[in-house]
Design a protein around this ligand. Structure first.
Ligand code: ADP
Ligand code: MG
Length: 156
């Protein structure tokens, strides 16, 4: 399956869908989260991280750029590249060490890291739901076999 659209109304629905997505990820993956400020990228990331076993809050690492989560045997890294001035900064912070087979990488504002970030397995685009409710429309697009397998599990 190449893509999936989902309408989610309310923060809890967003978190729940993130948890489902975490269940659909075996091992690692690179997931880009696109969408304007306030669309719910961090909320969705919180759902994914909680689905992996993280308990408690998730704060967007706006100033540190990346927040590591060591969850049992799994490693997850949550990036927020909003304040990244130059993609080369990612080279200086040793970006390559964060991406690897068994690592789940969530990247908010991947546009800012263009040219340096590795390609995504899955791109999640979040926009306002055009339907009167204060919800969100999520568009998931697979960009690798891993991404396709995640979407396949979500729709199963
Ligand atoms: P971002 O990281 O994209 O800037 P946040 O995750 O910080 O966005 O969320 C911004 C606001 O949107 C929060 O108040 C959150 O509760 C709300 N929100 C997130 N997802 C939804 C949703 N599906 N429906 C309604 N409100 C949502
Ligand atoms: Mg955010």
């Amino acid at each position: 399956v190449e893509s999936l659209q989902q309408t989610l109304v309310g923060e809890q629905a967003m978190v729940d869908f993130g948890r489902q997505l975490a269940q659909a990820c075996e091992g690692g993956a690179v997931i880009f989260l696109e969408g304007d400020l306030g669309m719910g990228k961090t909320t969705f990331s919180r759902g994914i991280l909680q689905g992996l076993g993280h308990q408690g809050a998730v704060k967007s690492p706006t100033y540190t750029l990346v927040e590591p989560y060591l969850l049992g045997e799994r490693e997850a890294y949550h990036f927020d590249l909003y304040r990244l001035a130059d993609p080369e900064e990612l080279e200086y912070m040793g970006i390559r060490d964060y991406f690897g087979d068994q690592k789940l990488c969530l990247v908010e504002w991947p546009e800012k890291g263009q040219g340096v970030l590795p390609p995504a397995d899955l791109i999640v685009r979040i926009a306002l739901h055009q339907g009167g409710q204060d919800g969100r429309q999520l568009q998931l697009n697979a960009h690798s076999d891993k991404g396709r397998s995640i979407i396949a599990k979500l729709v199963a």
